[in-house]
Write a protein that binds this ligand. Structure first.
Ligand SMILES: C[S@@+](CC[C@H](N)C(=O)[O-])C[C@H]1O[C@@H](n2cnc3c(N)ncnc32)[C@H](O)[C@@H]1O
Length: 505
């Protein structure tokens, strides 16, 4: 009863929101405004007109596939797997496929993103093996669209620090990173300057996907017309330079800085790259394969446009930090980046009895014994959460300002397993001995909507569909009670996948 009342309130709120966006007058720009926004880039008048129109049109998202789940082909021939030309790990959403309400989405097969946001990943070479094994920092990471792509790309021997100074954005960031199935990351909520003081010269790669005037977001109704205002652009440019100078300090000599925005203004894009080359002494580092998107103004900087590239538009550039002569003698950083800074970590303090009991009960004896006595990782308990870092994580994750991949959390006096713990890859060492229940289509749909599942098992178990983890249940030998967090629940509209997957995870 109370549930249905709640549901209808929610429904009302949603339809009120939908009405206001439907009746909102579309933003319109003149050719002169567009010319001023991108000056000194010069485009013919007809292109400026198409740009002005393209900026107000919504472009459909694309699917960025998890690397290990890339489909080998589409089932339906009438919706070809149109690839994003600059990012081969992405495909278009087949016509009529409710991607965000599918089991594939819930189980983390893909992320839904604007194709423009994949330009930064292409410039970071996240689509090939270049990032594998590297220690990477995403300095402005929330909500994690790019960070999750970087995390997949660093593989089983690299590491990602995803930083986001706005605390309220850390939860969605953590959720999106956990969806990747990897445990090779930490999160921090630091101001870039503070972070650069803590970890100078540590990273092989730093991504600055900077806060900006967001002109490319106008088509999504997520920015006001003030995005083309000069003083707004100048304020953003000043903030970006502060962030970029911290990013340079975070980089090791020989490291790579990727800078990206979702705006068209040259003052926030090419001018910032010129500033980095002159003031920070970074060097342009062109990316093979992106020549068609080369900025007309400077080297190693790339643009995609709404009127040319079927996306909201984006800018990205790649620079490298020179290796000074004195660094050069001893270190061959490029070959073995900062391996010495990576330590083998262990649990330093015993867990509370109730937390330890839950971890043993759910994840098995092995994690605690292994993690405390062998070279298996680093288990840490705070007041409200327990985190389990991967083996070979960098030493600095032990500092208390990092947040690790969560495995348990406390509500009142009771510890429970975290959703992120269930999402770890099936072979992950920490949850190797957890009981798993495979669900058919209908049971998976019911579970994702918040329902129970039939099972003879007793206790905590991970439910999965086609070998892909979905979340936790706590079972009594008859049914498994649903422990999927509210924000992860969806009303599935598509059980059948339009793709053929060459291999199961
Ligand atoms: C363009 S968004 C990042 C989007 C993200 N990279 C993604 O792909 O999902 C910029 C982020 O920078 C954060 N931010 C705001 N001010 C910042 C600052 N001074 N330093 C670093 N990040 C900042 C914002 O909160 C926002 O989450």
């Amino acid at each position: 009863m109370s549930r249905s009342r709640k549901g209808s309130k929610k429904g009302n709120r949603r339809s009120a929101g939908a009405k206001s966006s439907a009746t909102r007058r579309p933003l319109e720009f003149t050719v002169d405004q567009m010319a001023a926004a991108i000056a000194p880039i010069e485009l013919p008048v007809d292109e400026l007109e198409r740009l002005a129109t393209g900026m107000t049109q919504r472009h459909p998202n694309v699917l960025r596939w998890r690397r290990d789940r890339l489909p080998s082909e589409t089932v339906s021939t009438d919706s070809p797997p149109h690839c994003v030309p600059w990012y081969p790990l992405a495909t278009a959403i087949p016509d009529g496929y409710p991607a965000s309400r599918s089991i594939g989405f819930a189980s983390g097969d893909f992320y839904l993103q604007d194709a423009g946001s994949l330009l930064a990943l292409a410039v970071a070479k996240a689509d090939v093996s270049w990032l594998r094994g590297k220690v990477v920092c995403d300095l402005c990471a929330a909500p994690g669209g790019k960070a999750s792509g970087l995390l997949e790309a660093v593989g089983d021997d690299g590491f990602l620090l995803a930083n986001e100074p706005i605390q309220s954005r850390l939860a969605p960031l953590a959720f999106n990173l956990a969806r990747s199935g990897s445990d090779r990351y930490a999160i921090s909520g630091q101001d870039p300057d503070q972070l650069a003081e803590k970890l100078p010269g540590v990273f092989d790669v730093v991504l600055v996907d900077a806060p900006c005037s967001g002109q490319a977001l106008l088509s999504r109704g997520r920015q006001s017309k003030g995005a083309i205002n000069e003083s707004m652009i100048a304020t953003n440019a000043a903030r970006q330079q502060r962030i970029l100078s911290a990013a340079e300090r975070l980089l090791r000599p020989g490291g790579t800085l990727v800078y990206s925005t979702c705006t068209f203004a040259v003052a926030e894009n090419e001018d910032q790259v010129s500033w980095m080359t002159s003031e920070l002494e970074l060097q342009p580092s062109p990316v093979d394969g992106l020549a068609s998107y080369q900025s007309p103004l400077i080297e190693a900087a790339y643009r995609v446009w709404p009127h040319r590239d079927s996306c909201a538009g984006a800018f990205a550039a790649r620079l490298s930090k020179p290796i000074a002569v004195e660094d050069n003698e001893e270190a061959s950083f490029a070959e073995e980046p900062w391996m010495l800074r990576r330590g083998i970590l262990q649990s330093e303090q015993p867990l509370d009895a109730s937390c330890e009991e839950l971890v043993r009960d759910v994840y098995g004896e092995q994690p605690i014994i292994d993690w405390a006595e062998h070279d298996a990782g680093f288990l840490r308990q705070r007041d409200w959460i327990a985190e389990a870092f991967c083996h070979n994580a960098p030493e600095w994750v032990k500092q208390d300002w990092t947040i690790g991949p969560e495995v348990a959390y406390r509500t009142g006096q009771t510890w429970k397993p975290s959703h992120a713990g269930a999402q770890r890859n099936v072979g992950n060492r920490f949850c190797q001995s957890v009981e798993r229940i495979e669900l058919g289509d209908q049971d998976a749909v019911a579970y994702l909507g918040g329902g129970t599942v039939p099972t003879g098992h007793r206790g905590w178990a991970i439910v999965q569909h086609a070998g892909r983890p979905l979340g936790w249940v706590k079972a009594d030998g008859r049914i498994g009670k649903n422990h999927l967090p509210a924000h992860a629940r969806i009303q599935v509209q598509a059980t059948e996948s339009p793709w053929v997957h060459a291999t199961s995870p």
